[in-house]
Design a protein around this ligand. Sequence first.
Ligand code: 6AU
Length: 266
Amino acid sequence: MSALTYSSRATTHPTEVGRNLLSIIAEKQTNLCVSLDLADTEKILSLLDTLGPLICCAKTHVDILPFSGPDAISAFTDRLAALAKQHNFLIFEDRKFADIGSTVKAQYGGGVYKIAQWSHITNAHSVPGPGIIAGLKEVAQEVGQPRGLLMLGEMSSKGNLGGGEYLQKTLEMARGDKEFVMGFIAQCAIPPQDGEDWIVMTPGVNLGSKGDGLGQQYNTPDLVVREKGCDVIIVGRGIIGAADPKATAEEYRKAGWEAYEKRIAA
Ligand code: 6AU
């Protein structure tokens, strides 16, 4: 796990998106990524306008949203981009790509969502092998804006096949492109070799629940950040399902930040 501060890592991280994310975290003192798993664009945008100052990143599942057509999609992603700029956070489309390089290339750059145009970060499974990273990278380069990839190394859900040897093999794959792969979705820190710095973003975080009855498993910000050494907490229903999302997001921000401060001080 990294004993280094976010701000020192912000100057040395091997990926541009990683440096941007770490700078935002350090500047706004928040390692909170809110997960907006909602089927209502207006609700997402108004929540983000409220939560913007408290988060480093906003995570979307764009394929949950019922758009009337391509114009509605671009209107939404334009407004999302404007909010990200206004409040200084990154956008993470949680697409979990999982196909051969040629197919993910078409999915990332094209279709109705054109994810690479508006999402700073996306994620991918390692099951298909390194071609998935190469395919996504080609699109990222064509876009000409900083784009980063997180590899799924271990999921939060019960019975998932990640972790252990799977995570190790995913790490070896990530080492093949350290300028594009910025880190992992995982439940623990990834020990770096020389010059490496993997940003670990961790879902399955909730202060008031242990799970959801469909396999999701929750831990606290303190456990994942202080004890396990993860860098960013991803919180969905813990915040968006709360009666007062703003006050609740502030609780998570504070818990995540205090856990980080304790880790650095240890
Ligand atoms: O806090 P929740 O349980 O409401 O939402 C968790 C969010 C969901 C999942 O699709 C996502 O995090 N997620 C992921 C990601 C981010 O890749 C991986 C994983 O292992 N578990 C998980 O819940 O949007």
